[in-house]
Design a binder for this molecule. Sequence first.
Ligand code: ATP
Length: 754
Amino acid sequence: MVLMLDSASFGTPTEIVGESARFRSLLSLVERIAPTTHTLLICGPTGSGKEVVARRVHAQGLHPGQPFVDVNCGAIPENLIESELFGHARGAFTGATSQRPGYFQQVGRGTLFLDEIGELPLALQTRLLRVLETRSFRPIGASESLRFEGRVVAATHRDLQAMVREGRFREDLYHRLTVFVLEVPGLDQRREDIPALVTHFAARQPRPLSFSEVALERLRQAPWPGHVRQLRNLIDRLGVLALSERIGLAELEPFLAPSQNASAEQDDLADALLALEGDNKLQAAENLLIDRALQHSGGNKSAAAQLLGVSRKVVERRLKSRESRGQDAELLLEEGRRRVEAAEFREAIPPLRRCLDQLSRRHGAHVLQFEAYRLLGVSLRSVNGWLCAEACACYEAALQAGEGLGYGSELASMQFGIWVTQLMTLELGRARATAQDMLQRARDLGSPAALDEAHVAMANTLFWLGDCEEALACLARGGLLQGGEDEARSGLQGFDLVALALTFEGLAAFQLGAFARARQAMQRLLLRCGEDNPHPFNRALALQGAVWLACLFEDRERLGPLAADLDSLSEQHGFTFYRGIGQVFRGCHMGSLGAFDEAERFMLEGYQSHMLNHGGRLFHSFQAWQRGELLLQAGRPADCESLLAHALDLALEHQERTYLGELQTLKARARWAQGDPDGAEQELRSALSTAMALGSVSARIAAATQLALLLRQTRRAQQAAELLARALRGVATEAPPPSLARALQLLAELGTGH
Ligand SMILES: Nc1ncnc2c1ncn2[C@@H]1O[C@H](COP(=O)(O)OP(=O)(O)OP(=O)(O)O)[C@@H](O)[C@H]1O
């Protein structure tokens, strides 16, 4: 840890060199952000100049006369870091003989530079977040909180986003820190700056050096994996050791070649150490060294200590502290498990986080790590809902730790949890990859329950990706289409997989124009919706499928009661997502009765409060289609068009293709209603080709019907008849939905010249 309150800290601008376009644009960003109080994150490779930039921010900030406190989060021993940051009251713990102000207090209104923020243990990340949110902190053992008046500038050379995904960095803290991010480019990104930097460092030598053009060029071309710091070190060495003050290629080469080889080897070694498991690489490297020395010495501690160049006592102390850390981790895990078993999920989170912190420094602790990540994932999910990204990251970490430990079905369950989150957040590409892994895992396990679940997951994902034919084929491959009325297949999670399979069978069949089959699926779902279904969640699943199909078939009589039933059942049992679906369909029903305002209110409430606010975006295209329809009918075509434009963007961005044709058709109708038939015609033609490309018969019927109406209105009845006839060719007319009946009616009218 370095604590610096040097002269540069109090307003003297730190010299900073760099003329390249990339560096100049960084400096101009600094100039704009510095005189604010925003928290900043500075990213860039080690030695690129992150601290120099932080000092520049301070110097150009609102309080350059206040302290600049430099804290290296990776270098403070973990047991001291809390008291170093927050300070402590007298007697707060053994050895706290006097009160001590922490850095948050020492910094006053100045800048607290948290270097290597990625090394901060999870428990302290939580505390830091709280300080940033409340602008106050409480020293250990103190009764009163103090106000934090300074500014936090954090820096890291790590990929914090990846750490968030791995559950090693808190997502909420990440978002708090990344409102403003300054990227310091590595030296390889701005070689133009090398000559100026060389001149700058050369001038600071006891004997100022000068460089020949070729020598400068050689330096410009050389690799600089240690960036500016490595360059500065080289010039410093030249300053002391070069025989002449004028540096040509001959003087330079001996310093460059061997030192670069040596430093490259050291870099390789350091990189290998940085790739060790766990958060605290220093601790991991130390463990590795001690273990290796003990191996060489055949377990003799004195001989190992000699190899390490320390006393035997040091080796013993380190081994002991490692042992006690291990015991702590087991106790913490035990406490976490007890809490989870007592459904005290919120209380289970802190001990589990601490446990994982400790385990991260231990090798081969996969069993404990698996269990701790699993329990933490369960707890986070219970507290924050299905869409909690941190919970998902915990499941992913558990999956990694548990691989090869023989926890087959537990891992499959966790993978299902990950898939649900990916699906709900519309990461459809990743959801498909996860479903694929689930299929493979289920086959390896030889578990029919896991296999059923994986097939349903894959079919569901394929449906949203717009591949309805493949979704049906997948259900068939999984043997999920032949089930009788009372068939019960519940997978590993205990859900009614038959209800889900019927839902996606019905929806996919509808899109493919197999309307009789879709109606049959709806009938079978209706049988599972009744009050006699003893499992509320399974009832909600069946209701969801039935109400959705009733809406597609414009079956008003069923739509209203089913939607109300789904809404109240979900409210009663806290099924947030299904509550949202219930309300959207209630809106659809009210819209069909002409109660537009109330319908819109229900739809907005359903989608925004119960889905979007919880991070769920699935169902977005369907609800936008229905809400757009409502706006159009209510005489608000401009609102309809802008809603649809946004919905189309989002759907395309996420590959959510199922309802693309419907969205495009509706957008075209909105344009037509605003007096732009040419624009509408173009859009309808494009909707028609989208529907063809996706193989969506229902979207094809909708687009062709509208286009035929438009052509008829613009005196091209012949063309209209041909186009519609072509579009309807081969469509099965058995049990048609009203949309097909209307299309057939129009075709008949066009044929008879009406
Ligand atoms: N643009 C610059 N102008 C002048 N000196 C610089 C510049 N960038 C870096 N330096 C010098 O290079 C050395 C390394 O810079 P600094 O400590 O800011 O890097 P860093 O990215 O914070 O490194 P780390 O990730 O290891 O903390 C320092 O001696 C600093 O003075």
